[in-house]
Design a protein around this ligand. Structure first.
Ligand code: G1P
Length: 277
């Protein structure tokens, strides 16, 4: 049973400066909803109610967003505008939020390790909110929980990307599992390889289910690419020690960590929701 979802949200959002100077990048809106709220909704729709957020300096807007706002609510209460807060109030009612601050930016692996006190000794999901996913039926985390239930090991979501893009992602290679067209037993993985060094075009996207053994591995590994502690390196060790499955998810993904992907996401949701533009 996966009960908790970790949201690493301490990064600076450099590619969105100056917008992200005082506003957390996870709070940038796609239409009228912040990126992180899409992630929390995805977790909730998979049955997860415990949201564990790794924040940092200047990220207090995240805590305020997922909390009651008595003054605002009492102002809107009973007016024609109170429906604007309905969705977020529902989310707050259904979820528990816990927070920890990452004091130094030492990579995604370090951010996940910083979340250990909020997770404990149980398998958990990870959502990187700037990878925004929209699926026809079940969300990506729901799809991955089904895979986890079958294999009981760490699961990573993947997507095929053009070879020219491999240097932006963790890249995996693996053996297709018999009788499946979307699950691979991971045999190797490498963080952001050049096109020439990439073992395939199967890129890790910002969704993981991790077993708690990952914390011990993260504590032992040395910083690698860019002096950061990479989750990709830890998962590679876990794949050798036990097993890791890569799952090609069904749905659309937008890289909202880049201006181009962010604009694409806005256009996609505007069309989907029939917003007059
Ligand atoms: C991180 C991971 C990378 C993964 C990517 C997905 O990189 O390190 O393996 O492919 O997320 O978005 P980042 O985009 O944080 O640099």
């Amino acid at each position: 049973m996966i009960k908790k979802c970790l949201f690493p949200a301490a990064g600076y959002g450099t590619r969105f400066l100056p917008a992200t100077k005082a506003v957390p990048k996870e709070m940038l809106p796609i239409l009228n909803k912040p990126l992180l709220q899409y992630g929390v909704e995805e977790a909730l729709s998979s049955g997860i109610t415990n949201m564990a957020v790794v924040t940092g300096r200047g990220k207090r807007a995240i805590e305020d967003h997922f909390d009651n706002a008595f003054e605002l609510e009492s102002q809107l209460n009973g007016t024609s505008k109170d429906h604007y807060l309905k969705e977020i109030k529902e989310i707050i009612k259904k979820s528990t939020f816990t927070y920890v601050r990452q004091k130094e930016m030492l990579g995604l692996g370090h951010a996940i390790l910083t979340g250990e006190p909020l997770i404990g000794e149980e398998p958990f999901a990870v959502i990187l909110a700037d990878d925004l996913c929209d699926c026809a039926e079940n969300g990506v985390i729901s799809q991955m929980i089904e895979v986890y239930d079958k294999y009981q090991c760490s699961i990573i979501a993947i997507q095929e990307v053009p070879m020219s893009q491999t240097s932006k992602y963790g890249i995996i290679t693996g053996d297709l599992i018999e009788n499946s067209d979307n699950t691979y037993l991971v045999t190797d993985m490498v963080e952001k390889p050049d096109e020439k060094m990439a073992p395939s075009n199967m890129a890790i996207i910002g969704r993981y289910i991790l077993t708690p053994e990952i914390f011990k591995i993260l504590k032992d590994i040395k910083p690698h690419k860019n002096g950061e502690i990479q989750i990709t390196d830890a998962l590679k060790i876990q794949a050798k020690q036990s097993k890791v499955i890569a799952y090609k998810f069904k749905g659309n993904r937008f890289d909202c960590g880049s201006v181009r992907g962010y604009v694409e996401a806005i256009n996609y949701f505007a069309k989907k929701l029939n917003v007059d533009v």
